[in-house]
Design a protein around this ligand. Structure first.
Ligand SMILES: *Cc1c(COP(=O)(O)O)cnc(C)c1O
Length: 229
């Protein structure tokens, strides 16, 4: 087994252990492999080991990998900050966007999504850590944005995403995830047909699964430490 494939098996085992420990149903938590900064060859290796969904943060880098690996029929998620002048390539090449935090970006993606493709699945990024992070819509503005995004053609609103500030222990990690899940539950109770709670990364996926994550986004634990140099 290669390092990537053995890392992948270890992460899947962590996900499954946390899922069972917290009484979540089999198949309730999907793994998104975050391949930012890693070459297409590494994605191919993970795909050969059975991984189907991959996450990218940078538009140009992501689109290049989508094109290079088109033969594999993978599912591509854009999870990074998105500027309005870069929405078109994302609308044309990705299956999901997790980082919607204002209406203008959603409107552009809706308008630019090719009619030949299925609707783009989207999540709203919520700032559940207050001052600690700048991206994401404020919790008290989520419902209004969700209703507006849900009404746009070409998009399918799937749920919510968050990147909480790092926390020292398990209980502290759980708190912002619980906050996100409460907002998600409120939106669903209000009639929005959401099915995705995108939360948890390499260092805190167990806490996210304990609080109801349906998709964890994991990079380092699969591909190794990133080098941005
Ligand atoms: C990089 C990144 C991840 C993966 O983080 P790791 O700590 O490497 O698992 C997940 N989500 C987002 C939005 C990211 O930018």
């Amino acid at each position: 087994m290669t390092t990537i494939s053995s890392n992948l098996q270890a992460v899947l085992a962590r996900v499954d252990r946390a899922r069972r420990e917290h009484g979540r149903a089999s198949g309730a938590v999907r793994l998104l492999a975050v391949s930012k900064t890693w070459p297409a060859a590494d994605v191919r290796e993970a795909a050969l080991a059975g991984q189907r969904a991959f996450g990218e943060n940078y538009v140009q880098e992501g689109v290049a990998k989508v094109a290079e690996l088109a033969d594999l029929g993978l599912e591509w998620h854009f999870i990074g900050p998105l500027q309005s002048n870069k929405t078109r390539v994302v609308a044309e090449h990705f299956d999901w966007v997790h980082s919607i935090d204002r209406l203008k970006i959603a409107e552009r993606l809706a308008e630019q999504r090719p009619a030949t493709l299925p609707p783009l699945s989207v999540c709203l990024q919520v700032n559940v850590s207050g001052e600690a992070t700048k991206s994401g819509v404020a919790p008290d503005a989520v419902e209004d944005l969700a209703r507006r995004v849900a009404a746009l053609p070409g998009l399918r609103l799937r749920g919510l995403m968050a990147i909480p500030a790092p926390a020292a222990d398990f209980a502290a990690q759980r708190a912002p995830f619980r906050r996100l899940r409460e907002i998600y539950d409120q939106l669903r109770a209000g009639g929005l047909p959401l099915d995705t709670l995108s939360m948890g990364m390499s260092h805190d996926l167990e806490a996210a699964i304990a609080e109801g994550a349906t998709l964890v986004r994991v990079g380092t634990a699969i591909f190794g430490e990133r080098n941005y140099a």
